[in-house]
Design a protein. Structure first.
Length: 334
């Protein structure tokens, strides 16, 4: 079945290539969000910058809304060089480099300020971003995906006890499944595209994601309680085909690196306004109630997961220790 799914985006690529009609190298970038999403806006800014500076040689094409397949499909296409870049979730990259699992740890960051400082520190991220070179790709920048919080159809979540007996959709990651076990809920891993129907048909009682899921994906039409437990701050990652990046001249790579910085900067700026707009619509149009529970009971319940992950993967201990230093610098947000 997976082979059939991959045929469609590959046919699209062949079709587009055949219609190009010029000698420019086409650079294809795929992602799974809408054209209004901060990720898309950041990639459009990248497209404009590259074409402004290298337009005689390169033409950039951005494909939103899974036009080139699911995230997993797009990572595979980027590996082979069928496309050049895609945006991947941290959970998917964990299957290529186990060290990515550190960012799935719940309550890893003391604040969003600490999270941003860590992700901007190349002494922390560079080794991790280059750890997938043998798999055929490398990470070129990170993208802010905000904080992940629980939202439910009927039951407001104000303490871990409120999760007991509830079926909560989580990303398809062992770390997330164990997190739900420790918090007392029942983890239901599934693809993001299936969540709305599962909520609507009572297959699940809730999910966990950032505020944009309420509005962009309609989850706030069904779920009426959004609880800021802030259990995760997990980046999305822009990855590029390793061979393509290696074949760039030093001058070209310098321009591309600046372009990656622009993606990061624009996406993060747009993210702030997008979250504000999503909260306003969720509260005033969809009727979602926002809750702000005491975070400490959630943190305490999840600490054994930190211990077990570090024990099983000691390679990430230096990254974990560096993160704690930033946590000390940037204390918990009020």
């Amino acid at each position: 079945m997976k082979a059939v799914k991959l045929i469609i985006p590959l046919m699209l690529i062949v079709l587009v290539t055949g219609c190009n009609g010029n000698d420019k190298r086409i650079i294809r970038i795929g992602h799974n969000q809408s054209t209004e999403h901060p990720i898309h806006l950041g990639l459009v800014a990248f497209e404009e910058y590259i074409e402004e500076n290298l337009g005689d040689k390169y033409e950039v094409e951005v494909y939103p809304s899974e036009l080139l397949g699911s995230q997993t499909d797009m990572v595979q296409l980027t590996q082979t060089g069928a496309i050049d870049f895609c945006v991947a979730s941290n959970a998917i990259l964990e299957t290529f480099s186990k060290n990515y699992e550190i960012f799935n740890l719940p309550y890893l960051f003391a604040s969003q300020e600490a999270y941003h400082a860590v992700m901007d520190d190349k002494t922390i991220t560079d080794k991790l971003f280059k750890s997938t070179e043998k798999a055929g790709f490398e990470a070129v920048t990170w993208l802010d995906a905000g904080t992940r919080n629980f939202y439910t159809v009927k039951t407001p979540i104000e303490s871990p006890a409120d999760l007991k007996g509830l079926k909560i959709r989580v990303q398809q990651s062992p770390t997330n499944v164990e997190m739900m076990r420790l918090l007392g809920g029942s983890a239901t891993p599934m693809g993001f595209g299936d969540v709305y129907t599962a909520l609507q048909s009572n297959i699940i009682d809730g999910a966990e994601n950032n505020e944009l899921a309420l509005t962009n994906n309609g989850h706030g039409d069904v779920c009426k309680y959004y609880s800021y437990d802030m259990h995760q701050m997990v980046p999305d990652i822009l990855i590029g085909n390793y061979t393509f990046l290696q074949e760039l001249t030093p001058e070209e790579r310098e321009i591309f690196d600046r372009g990656f910085e622009i993606v990061n900067s624009v996406e993060r700026q747009e993210w702030v306004s997008a979250v504000e707009a999503a909260k306003d619509k969720a509260a005033n149009v969809q009727g979602v109630e926002f809750l702000y529970p005491d975070q400490e009971p959630f943190v305490e319940a999840c600490m054994p997961l930190h211990e077990s992950v570090l024990k099983n993967n000691p390679d990430i201990q230096p990254i974990y220790d560096a993160i704690q230093q930033y946590n000390d610098m940037y204390s918990k947000e009020e």
